[in-house]
Design a protein around this ligand. Structure first.
Ligand code: HEM
Length: 369
């Protein structure tokens, strides 16, 4: 994907609305734990929808798309006999894997087709001022006008689909892991909050432009990506030529699976790799860049194109959570840090935590409104 097609920055992401919803939760059910995953999913989907269509997602879209993404990761991540022994592909047909994929593809196609058609109708009707920033679908439809043979509807829908699927769950689940790590390491949580209070204060909500001045927060996000990579095994690549990797001869056409999870826990590469130690990145002077031997975003030319957006979005969401609320798991509460299965690596049990608004938050929100 060329840099000109990289996703737009989440300008003014809807974190304020999320804080508002958590405030209402804290008011109506004080002391009750809030489940973060659906709220985070909605936030990220809104950011992605605004980049793609120029408008936030509707409530119905959020539910429909969450189901599609969860099903995609579960179905695509399920073991397929035919991938390893092509002659046994019939076993997958018998197990219903192929039928599940076909059903899923029909739902995905209908959802994305609806987004593209809506945008096309708006363009044809001439709505949307010329001065407005163009959405990604708008850009793709402009490219379709210039080069209709390459940018067919199938290609346009495919690009939209991969951006939505690859961008939404990954960022939401990484934020959930980051909050779980901070809840189990309260000293790190206090350190992030102190950094935000010292650099941003309490008169306004933390913004995307503040992240550069919050190095410890960035280290927390990197440490989370190291210990809890949402893509523990990088999606399959294929060797384009014969090559040698780590002393092993790899023939052209071989399917390559890289185990990022294991590399991130290799004691030959990291000191105390099992421990949550954000400081390791401060010490190495590598606060911002995600560099080897870490590969939560993959490597090389198929490396994740959404990395910049994801880093900003996860960092900003964690910052807003910590600036606005005190968090805990309640009396005797324990966080289950077990890893769930599928193509991605979510927390096995969705994180639920109690949030208590800090005393200045309502004042701050009404001042900014
Ligand atoms: C914390 C969040 C994220 C993580 C951990 C993550 C991780 C990854 C990984 C491991 C890959 C595979 C790279 C490879 O094959 O070498 C990937 C691919 C991809 N990601 Fe992300 N990603 C995240 C967020 C995003 C976002 C926000 C977007 C879009 C806005 C996005 C779009 C994509 C796309 C389109 C690909 C496929 C690239 C290709 O095959 O050429 N990702 N991501």
């Amino acid at each position: 994907m060329s840099s000109s097609r990289r996703p737009a920055s989440p300008r003014a992401p809807p974190t304020g609305a999320l804080v508002g919803r958590l405030l209402r939760h804290a008011d109506t059910a004080p002391g009750a734990a809030a489940t973060l995953r659906p709220r985070l999913f909605e936030l990220v989907l809104n950011v992605m929808m605004r980049a793609l269509t120029g408008a936030p997602a509707h409530g119905g879209d959020v539910r429909r798309f969450q189901e599609i993404v969860e099903e995609s990761f579960a179905v695509i991540g399920a073991p397929s006999v035919g991938d390893f022994y092509p002659a046994l592909r019939w076993v997958d047909r018998l197990r219903g894997v192929d039928a599940a994929l076909i059903r899923l593809q029909a739902r995905r196609d209908a959802f994305v087709g609806g987004l593209v058609d809506d945008q096309r109708r708006r363009r044809d009707a001439g709505s949307g001022r010329a001065t407005e920033k163009k959405s990604i679908i708008d850009e793709l439809l402009s490219l379709q006008e210039i080069d209709p043979e390459y940018y067919t509807d199938t290609v346009v829908k495919g690009i939209v689909m991969i951006l939505l699927t690859a961008g939404t769950d990954t960022s939401a689940l990484t934020t959930e892991w980051a909050m779980a790590q901070l809840l189990t390491h309260p000293e790190a949580m206090l350190k992030v909050r102190a950094e935000i209070d010292a650099n941003v204060g309490t008169a306004r909500m933390v913004e995307e432009s503040d992240i550069a001045n919050l190095p410890y927060l960035q280290c927390v996000v990197k440490e989370t990506l190291m210990l809890c990579p949402i893509g523990p095994v990088i999606p399959a690549h294929e060797a384009m030529e014969d090559c040698t990797v780590g002393g092993y001869h790899v023939r052209r056409g071989t399917m390559i699976l890289v185990n990022a999870w294991l590399i991130h826990r290799d004691p030959r590469l990291w000191e105390a790799p099992e421990e949550f130690r954000p400081e390791r990145f401060m010490d190495a002077g590598m606060v911002t860049a995600v560099t080897t031997p870490m590969l939560p975003f993959g490597l090389g030319r198929r490396r994740c194109p959404g990395e910049g957006l994801a880093m900003r979005l996860v960092s900003l969401t964690v910052a807003v959570f910590l600036q606005c609320f005190e968090w805990d798991v309640g009396e005797g509460g324990v966080i289950d840090m077990s890893e769930g299965g599928g193509l991605s690596m979510p927390m096995a049990k969705p994180l639920a935590a109690i949030c208590r608004p800090r005393e200045f938050v309502k004042r701050m929100l009404s001042a900014s409104a």
